[in-house]
Structures are given as structure tokens and as C-alpha cells.
Design a protein around this ligand. Structure first.
Ligand SMILES: Nc1ncnc2c1ncn2[C@@H]1O[C@H](COP(=O)(O)OP(=O)(O)O)[C@@H](O)[C@H]1O
Ligand SMILES: [Mg+2]
Length: 376
């Protein structure tokens, strides 16, 4: 069991900043996913926690103890890599038992522990095979078993599913969730795959260019993205984002762009005449012949089997609508789109920060409040 604290950790490679002042407090037993595009610094951050890379500045604590300068084997952590890194000449049993042999544990104890862990991961029948005679999914489980054998306080995993095909990936996701519940250990899991993050994480830390954009539950990031980057990164297809203006008309605030004029759930007069970046998720736009909020023309309809993606151009704004199939519209048709005022997200077009006029100012981050007063 382990709590992991990352305190203002940075990593430079020459002049390049791979990780910039990242702070994270990961509670014992959490399943925290580090999510972000390729090259954003996820692996570098994980490797610093594992002790495979030294931070340029900042501290790493495991259960309150500063381990920043400790060797990897002296941190109570186990790492699982994308490549599995199994020893090809050793059997599955020897691969799994390797960390215990390296620590000179008694033979009988190693055998007992290997068979216990192998049973947990359904590897008992494969113990005498070598890695070459295993499928990708089985190799991945051996790598996990080898990490589990020491009973570490935390598991650090770097894209462990990315070499598996889609079907096996989804099965293994479910297995990892079950394993996490069974072990009750801390999982720190790196991926660029938003589906893995949304389905497995108790919390997600979304990184971009070495910086944390937002930390929160999957629901918080999806429903209340702190920045336009988060809004655009989560969701498939992604949130529609377009430049707009907030204006006062007929006693209410409206978000307006060429082809769009929709009421906002805002009562305050602040913000009128303000440039914004407006966002609306494809599944929140509803096709409605009588709707006036958005008037546009259908440019393409994509059939996904269970649903359809309808591409609409409203003035100069291009929108994607996700609708049940059949959506019942034709390319070239002029249609209306309806939306709930509460489904419109507003961001500062310069800083990208969420604007929260319409929301209660509860635990809202300081930057948000500052961003509002910037433009108000
Ligand atoms: N050993 C290294 N030397 C120089 N640059 C590196 C090294 N490792 C990573 N980088 C750079 O740091 C950045 C972050 O890399 P990485 O942590 O691997 O990203 P991710 O895992 O999110 O794809 C990238 O720009 C990468 O090129
Ligand atoms: Mg990586």
C-alpha cells in the first residue's frame, strides 16, 4: 500500500522541458491515469517516480518518505512496461519469480508465491513455457505477475495494453479493473488512450506539453473541462469548439456566431460583448426542424452502425452532431439544432481557461476566477 506524492517535479533534457512543475497527490489505493498526447511527458514522469530517471528539480515521496534520490529497487514500486520486457530464455515461472530471486528469497517461498500469483492471473498452465510460446495477452499477464510477485505498494504501468488488439485490450481493461479492486494497491497508469482513462481511472491527470491541464474524476474532466485543451482531448468525436461572442439580447445572455444564436444559462450582465471560445459536445446537439439556436446545412452523414454522425455547417462554423440512426436528414438539407443552455461550455479564447459565469463558484480554481474578471 502506498501513497505517492509528486511535488513540483520537472525534467529537462538539455534545453527541452519534458515535465514542468508537476504536482500530484495520489492516495493509497487509487487508480490514477496519466493521460495525454504522445510526447507530453507521461513516460518521463512515470520513470522519475520509478527511479529510472532523475528529476531536474522537485521531490517524490512514497508514504511520506522522500525517495527522490533512492535507487529504484529501494522504492516499494513495481513497473510494467509496454514492451513487457520478459526474459526470452527463462520460463514463465522463472520470469515471474525473477524479482524474488534477485532479492535472494528462499526457494520454497519463491515457488509458493509464483504459484499463488500465477493462479490469480490464470497462468498456472503456462508456467513451463517460454515467452515466445505465449500470445500477446498472456505475455502481458506474465509481466503483470512479475510485478505482483513482490506485493509492491504501487504499480506503475506504461501503456501496458498498447500492443494488444482491440478485443483483447477491452478484455484486459476489465481484468485490470478487477485486479485493482482485489489487490487494493495503488495503480499509476500511463496511456494516450482516452477510453482506457475514462473506463479504468478513479482519477485522471491530463497532461499537455509537460504540464498538468486538469486532475479529476473522469466525469469531472468530461463534464466540466478546465481548459479548451481538455474539452477537445476527451470525447469521440471531440467537442465542437468555435469562436463566438457573448451578447445581451432580450433580457438574456446569448452565445452568438455566424449561424448560431443560443441562450446561455447565465443571469448576470457581466460578460456581454465578450469574445469566447464556445464548446458543445456532439451528443448534446439535437436535430429539430423548428429549432432556431443553430441553423445550418448538412454536409455529410457518417453511418457508424449504432448511430450516425451528421456534419453541419452553420454560417462559418462546422459542427458534428451525434444522433441515433437513422438521423433522418440528407446531405444538402437545411436543418435546425437544439441545445440546452447548460450544455454550452465557454472558454477564454486567449488563455483557453474555462469561463464559469453561469456556474456556482464553489471549489473553482483561482485561475478560473481570474479569467472571468479578465474578460468581464
Ligand atoms: N532520454 C531522453 N533524452 C532526450 N529527450 C527525451 C528523453 N526521453 C524523453 N525525451 C523527450 O521528452 C518529451 C516527453 O517524452 P515522453 O515522456 O516519452 O512522452 P510520452 O510518454 O508522453 O509520449 C519528448 O519530447 C521526448 O522526445
Ligand atoms: Mg510514453
Amino acid at each position: 500500500m502506498a501513497r505517492l506524492q509528486i511535488d513540483a517535479v520537472s525534467k529537462r533534457f538539455g534545453a527541452d522541458h519534458a515535465v514542468r512543475e508537476v504536482s500530484l497527490d495520489i492516495a493509497d489505493g487509487e487508480f490514477l491515469v496519466l493521460l495525454g498526447p504522445s510526447g507530453c511527458g507521461k513516460s518521463t514522469l512515470l520513470r522519475m517516480i520509478a527511479g529510472l530517471e532523475t528529476p531536474s528539480s522537485g521531490r517524490i515521496l512514497v508514504d511520506g518518505t522522500d525517495v527522490t534520490d533512492e535507487a529504484p529497487q529501494r522504492r516499494d514500486l513495481a513497473m510494467v512496461f509496454q514492451s513487457y520486457a520478459l526474459y526470452p530464455h527463462l520460463t514463465v515461472a522463472k520470469n515471474i519469480g525473477f524479482p524474488l530471486r534477485a532479492r535472494r528469497q528462499p526457494r520454497a517461498r519463491i515457488a509458493a508465491r509464483v504459484s499463488e500469483v500465477a493462479a490469480t492471473l490464470e497462468l498456472s498452465a503456462l508456467l513451463e513455457r517460454r515467452p515466445a510460446a505465449l500470445s500477446g495477452g498472456q505475455r502481458q499477464r506474465v509481466a503483470l505477475a512479475r510485478a505482483m510477485v513482490r506485493d509492491p505498494g504501487a504499480f506503475l504501468m506504461d501503456e501496458p495494453l498498447s500492443n494488444l488488439d482491440a478485443k483483447l485490450r477491452s478484455a484486459t481493461r476489465a481484468e485490470l479493473i478487477a485486479l485493482h479492486q482485489r489487490l487494493g494497491a495503488t495503480f499509476l497508469y500511463v496511456t494516450h488512450d482516452q477510453v482506457e482513462a475514462m473506463t479504468m481511472a478513479t482519477r485522471i491527470a491530463l497532461l499537455d506539453a509537460g504540464r498538468i491541464e486538469q486532475v479529476g474524476t473522469p466525469e469531472e474532466l468530461y463534464d466540466r473541462p478546465r481548459t479548451a485543451f481538455v474539452a477537445g482531448f476527451l470525447g469521440s468525436p471531440p467537442m465542437n469548439l468555435f469562436p463566438a461572442e457573448v451578447n445581451w439580447r432580450d433580457g438574456s445572455l446569448r452565445v452568438q456566431a455566424d449561424g448560431i444564436d443560443a441562450a446561455l444559462a447565465i443571469t448576470a450582465e457581466s460578460g456581454a460583448g465578450t469574445r469566447v471560445l464556445a464548446g458543445i459536445r456532439p451528443e448534446r446537439l439535437r436535430i429539430d426542424a423548428t429549432a432556431t439556436a443553430v441553423r445550418g446545412r448538412v454536409t455529410m452523414v457518417e453511418n457508424l452502425g449504432s448511430e450516425e454522425l451528421v456534419h453541419v455547417t452553420a454560417g462559418s462554423v462546422r459542427l458534428c452532431v451525434r444522433a441515433a440512426r437513422p438521423a433522418g436528414v440528407q446531405v444538402g438539407e437545411d436543418i435546425g439544432l437544439r441545445l440546452d443552455p447548460g450544455d454550452i461550455h465557454l472558454f477564454d479564447p486567449d488563455s483557453g481557461l474555462r469561463l464559469t459565469w453561469q456556474e456556482p463558484q464553489d471549489d473553482t480554481a483561482g485561475e478560473e476566477a481570474a479569467a472571468v474578471s479578465d474578460v468581464a
